[in-house]
Design a protein around this ligand. Structure first.
Ligand SMILES: [Zn+2]
Length: 251
């Protein structure tokens, strides 16, 4: 396990002084490994906050280039970055936040063919994509390979977030249990729906927070949907049930 240095003690002092974290919690955060799929509004926020928290192994995956209309919400990107690949620029930016971390990036889109090679060594997969095709693919991979999946979706002022471990415990649902009939070609992109900076940022923050809760062994509920209405700031939770006929996770 990584030795906590004097530098770490100072940098992460405000986390380490929390009883539920301490030095051992900070070490758990450092040795955790997270794959962030999609470097848009959700992904940039997740990457920023997990690297500030001290996560030591991160891969960023996105085949898109940065465009001007991304800049209202995709934190860490600036006008100078337009035209460059999102994962590459984000990797460069978060390396400045956490220089001793191992930060990798992948400029290709995840497919069923390349997925195993790219994300195999990461234990937490954070789905920050904006289409059902990728979400269903990632869900299947996470179930079959016993990965923790943290997913979120944004629509105007509404945020949905989940943490799944469908392979762990017989009642835990997977993403497909909740959305059994989605069409893989259906788009849920911010480009078509509209989104504000705080809503995108909050969605990513909820995902980052769920990841930290899991890393620190807090009591994580793998059977709930978290809903946040950003106009009223009301939060609701819905208990999710495993679909016993689910094509992905039924026994
Ligand atoms: Zn399922």
């Amino acid at each position: 396990m990584k030795k906590i240095t004097k530098y770490d003690l100072e940098k992460y002092s405000r986390q380490i002084i929390i009883d539920k974290i301490g030095i051992s919690g900070q070490q758990k955060i450092y040795k955790s490994s997270v794959a962030i799929v999609g470097c848009g509004g959700l992904g940039t926020s997740v990457a920023q906050y997990l690297s500030m928290s001290g996560v030591g192994n991160i891969i960023l995956i996105d085949d898109d280039e940065i465009i001007l209309s991304n800049l209202n919400r995709q934190t860490l990107f600036t006008e100078k970055d337009i035209g460059n690949n999102k994962s590459k620029i984000l990797a460069f930016k978060i390396k400045k936040i956490h220089p001793t971390a191992k930060i990798e990036y992948e400029e290709n889109k995840l497919t069923s063919k390349n997925m195993d090679k790219i994300i195999k060594k990461f234990s937490i997969i954070i789905d920050c994509t904006d289409n059902f095709e990728s979400r269903l693919l990632i869900n299947k991979y996470c179930h079959n390979n016993k990965k923790i999946l943290i997913s979120a979706a944004l629509q105007n002022f509404d945020i949905q977030a989940f943490i799944f471990a469908s392979w762990k415990g017989k009642d835990n649902p997977c993403y497909k249990c909740i959305f059994p009939n989605v069409n893989k070609n259906e788009s849920i992109s911010c480009d078509e729906m509209g989104i504000t900076a705080p809503v995108a940022g909050l969605g990513g923050l909820i995902q980052a927070n769920l990841a930290i809760n899991y890393i620190l062994n807090f009591d994580v509920n793998f059977k709930e949907l978290i809903l946040l209405d950003c106009t009223s700031l009301n939060t609701r939770k819905i208990i999710l049930k495993k679909n016993l006929k689910c094509k992905i996770c039924r026994k």
